[in-house]
Write a protein that binds this ligand. Structure first.
Ligand code: PEP
Ligand code: MN
Length: 343
């Protein structure tokens, strides 16, 4: 990874570096951070001659040679100073909240608009809403593209950014064309490397944020962080890591709660951690406690399913969604705990 002296290299400087690394069979990839741009060498960067030639350039401060399967996501990377911003909040500066329905009901859009208003009132930063749904049962409702318009209308009405899961390239294109601000990669696709690559390429020059869930079957920490590297390696470092519980589940919970991996993720990576307590425990009554546990473990934020009238929801909402009152209370307590932990 090349760290320049200035915040950004000029085009001729980039051309010179590109020529050098390509002589050694590598490619140069700019990674545009909030403060400065760094330049990843993709390929085998261990050739001393190549490093010496780069370090000899007067506009290069240094070359970091992190030996890691995820050298951009690694906490020793220069990207560690990158801050992810969305919805007027900088991750790490206050408790970050994504909330909203599991699934948008295309036949009852008013529920979604009301749920979205409730998220805003409770102090949420991003509204989530499932347009396309990965369902275990192939005969369950699989989502409806009409919900994409409802999602974007909720964004216009509230002024908040929105998050939706994309499961394939067709969804990705439709979501980006519609202006979805945060793309969610679900637990079932968390290791779909060709989808991760497509998303990385599609958002390379944008400020789109990705919420990457942990893979469903106890995905190891390194594997989780390396999956994020697939996206970031195309140039957009706005990735959030989202533990969401793993299989096999703990008797009584939907999954095995895994907010406790937060400090382990933070030891390995600079990426913000946003825990999803809803899919983890799978019952609304347990979600507040799981949320507090996540904050106690050092999470930067939460992704919570909420619905203005959970019993009228579809998808996971009747079981998992918090009411507006419970959401507001959880956010209030979460913020207090956040302050306590950092004060
Ligand atoms: C969801 O967020 O509604 C969802 C399906 O999540 P996961 O991929 O974690 O199961
Ligand atoms: Mn859900």
């Amino acid at each position: 990874m090349i760290i320049p002296k200035s915040n950004r290299l000029t085009d001729p400087q980039v051309a010179e570096l590109t020529a050098i690394v390509s002589e050694f069979g590598c490619n140069l990839q700019p990674i545009i951070g909030a403060v400065r741009t760094i330049y990843a060498i993709l390929g085998d960067e261990r050739d001393d001659l190549m490093i010496n030639r780069i370090e000899g350039l007067e506009y290069v401060d240094r070359v970091d040679r992190i030996q890691s399967g995820f050298k951009l996501m690694d906490r020793r990377s220069d990207l560690a100073s990158h801050r992810v911003n969305i919805g007027g909040v900088t991750l790490g500066e206050e408790l970050f909240i994504i909330a909203g329905q599991c699934t948008i009901d295309p036949k009852n859009s008013n529920y979604f608009y009301e749920s979205a208003e409730a998220v805003k009132e409770a102090g949420g930063h991003v509204i989530r809403g499932g347009v396309w749904k990965p369902r275990t049962n192939p005969y369950s409702f699989q989502g409806d593209v009409k919900s994409l318009d409802i999602l974007m209308e909720a964004s216009r009405r509230t002024g908040l950014p929105v998050d939706a899961e994309v499961m394939d390239e067709e969804h990705l294109k439709m979501a980006l064309d519609a202006g979805v601000h945060m793309l969610q990669i679900g637990a079932r696709n968390a290791l779909n490397y060709s989808l991760l690559r497509s998303i990385g390429k599609a958002i390379a020059d944008t400020d789109t944020v990705v919420l990457l869930k942990r893979s469903i079957h106890m995905g190891p920490i390194d594997e989780f962080v390396a999956a994020a590297e697939y996206i970031v390696s195309f140039g957009n470092p706005n990735v959030l890591l989202c533990p969401r519980g793993t299989k096999p589940g703990l008797d009584g919970y939907r999954n095995h709660p895994d907010e406790s991996i937060t400090p382990l993720l933070k030891e390995k990576s600079w990426a913000p951690v946003v825990v999803d307590p809803s899919h983890s425990v799978g019952r609304a009554v347990y979600v507040p406690a799981c949320s507090m546990a996540a904050i106690a473990y050092g999470a930067d934020g939460l992704c919570i399913e909420s619905h203005v009238e959970p019993a009228k929801g579809i998808g996971d909402d009747p079981k998992q969604a918090l009411t507006p009152e419970a959401l507001a209370q959880t956010i209030k307590q979460g913020k207090a705990l956040w302050q306590l932990m950092r004060g």
